[in-house]
Design a binder for this molecule. Structure first.
Ligand code: ZN
Length: 707
């Protein structure tokens, strides 16, 4: 459920940053996107932005950007780093400004009108992106700089930027014949629309097509007081006053699966969840998936790759789909036996209760909770009172302070796009400004599911000065209910630390060039985030932030011990359901053109049979709601979380082995090589500069109890 959109990539491969000359003479000056924001820290002017501003801003942004590109192409001087690469790197300011706001809000706070705008601008930006990447004269100039890069007196970073841009163009088809390029344009345009369609169908399935309405109080048996109150509040918003409503949003769904004693209702809500987009209704995603897969395979073939996975992974640390497959299967084989033995124990519990049935997928959470209680005597709900949102937030701020010396001051004078959003100024240890952090915590109808980190401005460099990052974290946490504050689950707690790790990456990023600042391979991206999760559960850290929301009492040692002891709990399941989804992702994207999938459900079943997935587990994401890969930028890349888990476990082990989880020297190296300068070289090179050796898989196996 953890998704990252940082750094935002507005237009295909091109991270577009600002240009220096920002002319506004002939433009509608009331459009807030046309000039630098006149706000504290230059955050977006949310109080002035209206839906009517988006389309004109995209159109004007594209026009200006095209002019800048034309100026580069028409330059009479011979191409060099300054007049071609740097000019390109700094172009497109208005387009970048509006893209940041629009795409972020379309994820976090959308509505019918925004979705209509997204459909309208998608073909415009897709065409614009192609007009750039398939511009032969622009490519000619970039190629000229590339061919001469070693003799031009450039520094290492400049050479890297030149190489990155050259490869981007190559990967977008700049070297192809015109006819092939035209085919690519059509495919890119179609794919962009299909991805929007996929997301919209999904949102409609979650928000409009399913709710579990309970009017018999007995059917609430097993659920906590907090979950019941929340369900009653949801009912008020769905026109079911006086009843209880559960939805497919995680804070509603998961507790129901974990605790509701009524097995039939558990099945009903879980079916609602895993059949999303697969109901043969207007929001069905099966044909959308088929079309996306077919077009991606075709695209890869045109670009000279065997399949789309090979095309994507070529840019990653893993290098080839074969390497990824082997990595996943090795871990799957380690995890499956653990899962099977957990299943045997859960079945025993069900049998002892007199349940005359074999466990099914909708029973897993429920009996896993019972097994957790039996084995570790830990009830998740015992933890919640100690995990008040504000306490968890302050805890992660303290961890960052101890590691890096930075501080977080709440600011209340910044424009925000919805109520309940918090903003913080982040400062270096010496008090100097580092950046701004937005935190948007709770579910609402216009917010996509899950959690992610993104930004409204990337760290960069302009006119000889550093540009400060504006980072945003969006989550769907348990909201306050009745007179209770927001009390998080353990999963939500680690999710907040996770997204905060992405946030630190965004805040610490340094670099003079947009193309490389903060730019890391997909299978490195989750290292900065996942590594932060390790601190959340350390006893020393828990004692810093886990305080009872009513009494202020520090979490008792007995609860900490239970949490520590149960850290291996259900890790087999977590690993297996995750790898199942990763394999499904790879299988789709290893299809070679013409990739015709006849039956999505049959394809999925075959992929799972091949690896030996047991029927009591379904993949973490099924095809028709696998947003990461069909509208979230993780195609052929869902594996990256686990790849990065090897790195994050190894990195944290480095701290642990030093005897100080806040070891300032190790933290300084991590900040420098893995967060600030990670765009300077290949991911593994940067990692080894930090670690001083190759990463080992052992710390991960140990952490998950799989060795
Ligand atoms: Zn993440």
């Amino acid at each position: 459920m953890k998704r990252v959109l940082f750094p935002i990539i507005a237009l295909g491969m091109f991270a577009i940053a600002g240009c220096n000359n920002n002319k506004t003479a002939d433009m509608d000056t009331s459009n807030p996107f046309f000039t630098a924001y006149n706000t504290p820290f230059q955050v977006p002017a949310f109080d002035q932005i209206e839906n009517a501003h988006y389309v004109p801003a995209f159109e004007e942004g594209i026009r200006q950007h095209s002019e800048e590109i034309a100026a580069i192409v028409d330059n009479a001087e011979a191409p060099n780093f300054e007049n071609t690469i740097l000019a390109f790197d700094k172009s497109g300011k208005v387009l970048t400004r509006v893209s940041y706001v629009f795409y972020n809000l379309n994820g976090a706070n959308t509505n019918d009108e925004m979705q209509e705008i997204a459909r309208k601008i998608s073909p415009l930006t897709s065409k614009h992106s192609d007009d750039i990447s398939l511009n032969p004269k622009l490519f000619e100039r970039i190629k000229a700089v590339y061919d001469n890069r070693m003799e031009a007196g450039l520094d290492d970073q400049q050479i890297r930027v030149v190489e990155k841009y050259y490869k981007d163009f190559e990967r977008q088809g700049a070297n192809l014949a015109t006819e092939e390029q035209n085919k690519l344009r059509d495919i890119n345009g179609e794919l962009a629309m299909l991805q929007i369609q996929f997301g919209e169908n999904q949102l409609a399935e979650v928000n409009k097509n399913f709710k579990l309405v309970i009017d018999n109080e007995a059917d609430l048996a097993g659920l906590s007081e907090g979950d019941i109150v929340a369900a009653a509040e949801t009912a008020k918003t769905t026109g079911d006053d006086g009843k209880w409503v559960f939805t497919l949003a995680k804070p509603s769904l998961i507790p129901f699966l974990q605790y509701a004693e009524n097995r039939e209702l558990r099945e009903k809500i879980y079916r609602g969840y895993f059949m999303r987009g697969n109901n043969d209704n207007a929001n069905d995603n099966k044909q959308v998936v088929k079309d996306i897969v077919r077009l991606r395979a075709e695209k890869a073939q045109i670009l000279g790759f065997d399949n789309y996975a090979a095309y994507v992974i070529d840019e990653n640390m893993a290098k080839t789909p074969e390497n990824v497959n082997k990595f996943l299967i090795d871990l799957f084989d380690a995890a499956l036996p653990v899962t099977k033995s957990d299943l045997v124990e859960m079945q025993k519990i069900a049998d002892a209760e007199g349940g005359n049935f074999n466990l099914q997928s909708w029973d897993w959470w429920y009996y896993a909770e019972k097994l957790r209680k039996e084995k570790y005597d830990l009830d998740e709900n015992e933890l919640r009172p100690y995990l008040k949102l504000e306490n968890v937030r302050d805890g992660m701020f303290s961890v960052a302070n101890k590691l890096y010396g930075i501080t977080f001051d709440k600011v209340t004078n910044l424009p925000i796009y919805e109520k309940d959003i918090e903003t913080f100024e982040v400062k270096e240890a010496d008090g100097s400004h580092l950046g701004i952090l937005y935190l948007d915590y709770f579910p609402r109808a216009g917010k996509s599911g899950g959690a992610w980190c993104t930004g409204f401005q990337s760290a960069g460099w302009e006119n000889g000065k550093k540009v400060d990052p504006i980072v945003s974290i969006v989550t769907n946490f348990t909201p306050p209910a009745g007179d209770k504050p927001a009390l998080l689950s353990w999963d939500e707690t680690t999710t907040l630390f996770h997204e905060f790790g992405h946030g630190l990456h965004g805040l610490f990023t340094e670099g003079k060039y947009s193309r490389t600042a903060g730019e890391v391979p997909r299978d490195f991206v989750e290292l900065p985030s996942q590594v932060m999760e390790n601190w959340a559960g350390e006893p020393e850290v828990l004692r810093m932030y886990a305080k009872h929301y009513q009494t202020g009492e520090v979490i008792p040692d007995v609860l900490i011990d239970k949490l520590t002891n149960s850290s291996h709990f259900n890790q087999g399941f977590t690993t297996v359901e995750y790898i199942a989804a990763s394999i499904l992702d790879l299988d789709y994207h290893e299809l070679e053109a013409p990739a015709e999938v006849n039956d999505i459900n049959a394809f999925e079943a075959e992929a799972m049979a091949k690896i030996g997935l047991i029927p009591e587990i379904i993949p973490r994401y099924r095809s028709t709601y696998f947003s990461h890969i069909f509208d979230g930028g993780y195609a052929a890349g869902y594996y990256v979380y686990l790849w990065a888990a090897v790195l994050d476990s190894d990195a944290f082990d480095y701290f642990k082995q030093s005897g100080d989880i806040f070891n300032p020297e190790i933290a300084a190296k991590f900040r420098k090589y893995c967060l600030a300068e990670n765009g300077n070289d290949d991911g593994m090179v940067q990692y080894k500069k930090f670690r001083g050796q190759d990463p080992s898989m052992q710390p991960l196996l140990k952490k998950r109890g799989l060795n």
